[in-house]
Ligand binder design. Structure first.
Ligand code: HEM
Ligand code: HEM
Length: 183
């Protein structure tokens, strides 16, 4: 007899699952667009495209976060079967909180950098207003924080992904299946 790892009630809603994996793709794109920007010379259209894509993708992550929070909290957290120890639950919660923070803080910092650097940005046809007055030194400082945030992001995402695979392949519980469309 085969036992199903997860019933529909023990899975995240389809919308939450879709947004989760779409966000993963957007994160890959947002990192790639900046980490590989040097393949184009400064001031070339290719370089500008990399930067603009970075801003757009980052802001899309922020927009999706809002939808995600509504979708996520309109259902109770699906149970992990078999249940995990309390310390693992608390650790997972702390990492999730960090990931939510990353999805909010990074785009917002980005917007502040653009304002301080006096770089205008249209997003879905809307000219975004400047959030702060131009200030080169502040822009540089915010860029440094944004860079540190990106490094912390690598760590958080890495720990989170390894934990998910650990649950699936070693503990053999339903943690990963809960975040999939699998029947
Ligand atoms: C989750 C979202 C985001 C992540 C993970 C992210 C990550 C990064 C990374 C890895 C860099 C390169 C840091 C370096 O090595 O110098 C960077 C730079 C930058 N990001 Fe973001 N970013 C995000 C969102 C945004 C958004 C929404 C904006 C603007 C609206 C933005 C504006 C910038 C700017 C202005 C730079 C510096 C560009 C330059 O040096 O020419 N970022 N970001
Ligand atoms: C950019 C990368 C990622 C971000 C920002 C992210 C974000 C999140 C967040 C915030 C949650 C918590 C959902 C809740 O409120 O309950 C979550 C859950 C989850 N994620 Fe990710 N994730 C990422 C990548 C991954 C990857 C690569 C995997 C798999 C290898 C993964 C597997 C899971 C699983 C299985 C859960 C459910 C965990 C649980 O409820 O304890 N995620 N993710």
């Amino acid at each position: 007899m085969t036992t199903k790892l997860s019933t529909p009630e023990q899975r995240y809603s389809k919308l939450t699952v879709a947004i989760h994996w779409l966000t993963v793709l957007l994160f890959i794109a947002v990192y790639v667009s900046m980490e590989f920007r040097d393949i184009f010379e400064r001031g070339t259209p290719g370089r500008d495209l990399m930067k603009t894509s970075h801003y757009w993708i980052g802001l899309t992550i922020l927009l999706l976060l809002l939808v995600r929070l509504i979708a996520r909290f309109s259902q109770p957290t699906p149970a992990i079967v078999p249940p995990q120890p309390h310390w693992q639950h608390m650790l997972a919660k702390a990492v999730h909180l960090g990931l939510y923070g990353l999805m909010f803080v990074m785009p917002v910092l980005g917007l502040f950098i653009l304002s301080a650097d006096e770089i205008p940005l249209r997003f879905f046809g809307i000219e975004l207003p400047a959030l702060i007055a131009p200030d080169g030194a502040l822009a540089k400082w915010l860029e440094d924080i944004h860079e540190i945030g990106a490094t912390i992001g690598y760590g958080l995402i890495g720990v989170h992904a390894v934990a998910a695979l650990f649950h699936h392949y070693l503990l053999k519980d339903n943690t990963l299946v809960r975040m999939s469309f699998k029947k």
